[in-house]
Ligand binder design. Structure first.
Ligand code: SF4
Length: 278
C-alpha cells in the first residue's frame, strides 16, 4: 500500500523590488568613493569667486520667464536687447523693476523700467512681434513661443501673474511651468530659483560641462536628468550658490576650449586633470 505524499507548501512570493533611483544611487556612489566632492566644489568656487547667497535680485516671475525664454540658445546680452525692445514697443504703466543680477548672469543687467504690457505682447500681430525681438536672435521661433506662453498663463490663471508659484512645493511649481510647451526644467528652475529662492538646479551648458569634467555627474547623464541628480547631490541651502558658481566658473576658467586648469581651485579633485582624482 502506498501513502500519498503531503503537498509541498507553496513557495513564498518575494516582494517585488523597487527599481533603484539612479540619481540617489549615484549620490551614494559618490558619498562612498569620492566623499565630500560636492562640498569641495562649492567651497572651492566660493573661495575663488566669493560667497553667493540668494536675494531678490530679479524681475517679477512672469518677466523673468519671458526674459529666460529670450535667453534660450542665445547670449544673455542679446536677450537683454530683445527684452528692452519689448518694453519700448509695448510699454505699460506698471512699477519700475530693478534688475540686479549676480555672477550667474552673462549680460550687463536691464535698465530700471516697468515690465512690458503682456496683453499687448500676447495679442500683437506675429510679424510685428518677431521684428521687435529680432535683436535677440531666433525671433521666428521665440515670438510664437512668447505668445503661446502668455496665452497659457492667462487661460489657466485669468491673468499673467505667476506669484502663486511661490506658494507651491518646488517640484510642483516646476511641473506647472514645464507643462507649458517649450518650457523645460532649465527655464522653469531659473525662474523658481531666482524669483523665489527655491532649491532647484538649472543645468545649462556651463553647469553640465564643468560638472562632468570634475566627475560630479556621470559623463552620460543628460541635461534633463542632471536637473534631478543635483537635487540629490547638494543640500537645498547650497543649491543657489552651486548653480551660480558653476555657471560663473564655466565662463571664467573652465572654458569649453582650453580650460585653465592651472588657475582652478578644483584641479586636485578634477577627473579631467587626473583620471583617478579622489
Ligand atoms: S581643473 Fe580644469 S577641467 Fe577641472 S574644473 Fe578646473 S578648469 Fe575645469
Amino acid at each position: 500500500m502506498t501513502t500519498a505524499k503531503p503537498p509541498k507548501p507553496a513557495a513564498k512570493k518575494k516582494p517585488a523590488r523597487k527599481p533603484a533611483d539612479p540619481n540617489r544611487a549615484w549620490a551614494q556612489y559618490l558619498k562612498r568613493y569620492r566623499p565630500g566632492l560636492a562640498d569641495f566644489v562649492v567651497n572651492g568656487l566660493t573661495g575663488q569667486y566669493g560667497e553667493q547667497t540668494w536675494h531678490p535680485s530679479r524681475l517679477d516671475p512672469t518677466s523673468e520667464l519671458i526674459l529666460t525664454i529670450l535667453t534660450q540658445n542665445t547670449a544673455d546680452l542679446n536677450a537683454e536687447k530683445a527684452y528692452e525692445a519689448l518694453r519700448v514697443a509695448y510699454p505699460s504703466s506698471g512699477a519700475p523693476q530693478v534688475h540686479n543680477p549676480d555672477i550667474g548672469w552673462g549680460g550687463t543687467g536691464l535698465s530700471t523700467a516697468p515690465a512690458p504690457d503682456w496683453t499687448a505682447v500676447e495679442h500683437a500681430p506675429l510679424p510685428q512681434l518677431t521684428d521687435v525681438i529680432r535683436p535677440g536672435g531666433l525671433a521666428p521661433q521665440k515670438a510664437p513661443r512668447l505668445q503661446a506662453t502668455l496665452r497659457y498663463i492667462r487661460e489657466q490663471r485669468g491673468d499673467y501673474n505667476l506669484d502663486f508659484l511661490g506658494e507651491m512645493a518646488p517640484l510642483d511649481a516646476r511641473a506647472w511651468l514645464t507643462s507649458i510647451d517649450g518650457i523645460g526644467k532649465k527655464t522653469a528652475s531659473i525662474v523658481l530659483s531666482f524669483c523665489f529662492g527655491m532649491p532647484l538646479m538649472a543645468v545649462d551648458r556651463h553647469v553640465e560641462r564643468v560638472s562632468k569634467r570634475i566627475g560630479l555627474i556621470p559623463e552620460k547623464t543628460t541635461a534633463d536628468q542632471a536637473h534631478d541628480m543635483f537635487l540629490e547631490l547638494l543640500p537645498p541651502e547650497r543649491m543657489y550658490a552651486g548653480h551660480v558658481l558653476l555657471i560663473h566658473h564655466g565662463r571664467e576658467l573652465c572654458h569649453a576650449q582650453n580650460p585653465k586648469h592651472d588657475l582652478c581651485p578644483l584641479r586636485d579633485r578634477c577627473r579631467a586633470v587626473e583620471k583617478k582624482a579622489p
